[in-house]
Design a protein around this ligand. Structure first.
Ligand SMILES: NC(=O)c1ccc[n+]([C@@H]2O[C@H](COP(=O)([O-])OP(=O)(O)OC[C@H]3O[C@@H](n4cnc5c(N)ncnc54)[C@H](OP(=O)(O)O)[C@@H]3O)[C@@H](O)[C@H]2O)c1
Length: 283
């Protein structure tokens, strides 16, 4: 395939992206991937210093980033982040909703049953993953939709949500996280339909459902301090036909594809990137 066709299909040159959870393990890999494809990238998370480190790493690679310290559950802070992006770059084309994760108190242990599950913890994990996806989509998505009036052209933009293997099939213990990520899948399809019907097919919403990757919050669940697998980590690897955890950079090509001009007719899908986990019955 000639380079020019590849560029035409997949280049994000000149585009502006915001990655919530860009301060995390998977979001950080996505920031670097988007920057490598030519996008200028806002790194959104609550930890300002960490966001600045990620931006510095992007600059070292020859890219351009902007630290956006903000909480995804605070709409005023998100509006401030959007203002910073528009002041710096004047546009927003891509939003990746990677902020999220589990809340330990919403996870069952050997000593707790589902009947003991604290309501507050369930609400907290639901808020982080579902509201934490809805609110940035409202703030940054509205700016994508508004571009119609600015240039006269139909609005364009791509939102990519981060789901999980927990959304479709039961993963033991993580009851609240599973319900919240299932809601993210539904929200992805709902928003894809709503935005395309109301603003035209140039505004798209899709999701990636990662398999198992070692992140900051699940490291202790998957790996022992000596680096060996925990019993749960071993079960996961046994149910992953690839026979290993994923590497964060292995999410990048799917992300670039979903954001790229080449995916202009891809809308409302949840793409598993899981080494075959979701395809395997375990037998
Ligand atoms: N690792 C996996 O195997 C896996 C599998 C499937 C799905 N996922 C999903 O992938 C996403 C990233 O996970 P990860 O493994 O990379 O975890 P991680 O390293 O712990 O990253 C989580 C990110 O979420 C951000 N965050 C949390 N609460 C926030 C808030 N209220 N406001 C703004 N940002 C907030 C954190 O940033 P600050 O601390 O700076 O706020 C951090 O950047 C999550 O949605 C997770 O559910 C992970």
């Amino acid at each position: 395939m000639p380079d020019s066709l590849l560029t035409q299909l997949f280049s994000l040159e000149g585009q502006v992206a915001v990655v919530t959870g860009g301060t995390g393990v998977l979001g950080g890999a996505m920031v670097r991937g988007l920057a490598g494809a030519g996008a200028r990238v806002g790194v959104l998370g609550r930890r300002r210093e960490r966001a600045e480190e990620v931006v510095a790493a992007v600059a070292e690679g020859g890219g351009e980033g902007l630290a956006l310290p903000a909480d995804v559950l605070d709409k005023a802070q998100l509006a401030g982040a959007l203002e910073s992006v528009l002041a710096r770059w004047g546009r927003i084309d891509i939003l990746v909703n990677a902020a999220g994760g589990n809340v330990p108190a919403a996870t069952l242990t050997d000593d707790t049953t589902v009947f003991d599950l604290p309501q507050d913890a369930f609400r907290q994990v639901f808020d982080l993953n579902l509201l934490g996806t809805l609110l940035p989509t409202q703030v940054f998505g509205a700016a994508m939709a508004r571009r119609e009036s600015a240039g006269g052209a139909a609005p364009r933009g791509s939102v990519v949500n981060i789901s999980s293997m927990a959304a479709q099939r039961t993963l033991t213990r993580v009851i609240g996280y599973s319900a919240a990520k299932a809601a993210v899948d539904n929200f992805t399809r709902w928003m894809a339909t709503e935005l395309a019907r109301r603003y035209g097919g140039g505004l798209r919403v899709n999701a990636i459902a990662p398999g198992f990757f070692v992140g900051d919050q699940n490291r202790a669940l998957l790996l022992n301090p000596d680096g060996g697998l925990t019993a749960r980590g071993q079960t996961i690897v046994d149910h992953t036909p690839a026979g290993r955890f994923g590497e964060p950079d292995e999410l990048v090509s799917t992300l670039l594809w979903l954001c790229s001009p080449g995916a202009s007719f891809v809308n409302g899908v949840v793409v598993p990137v899981d080494g075959g986990f979701s395809a395997f019955s375990g037998v």
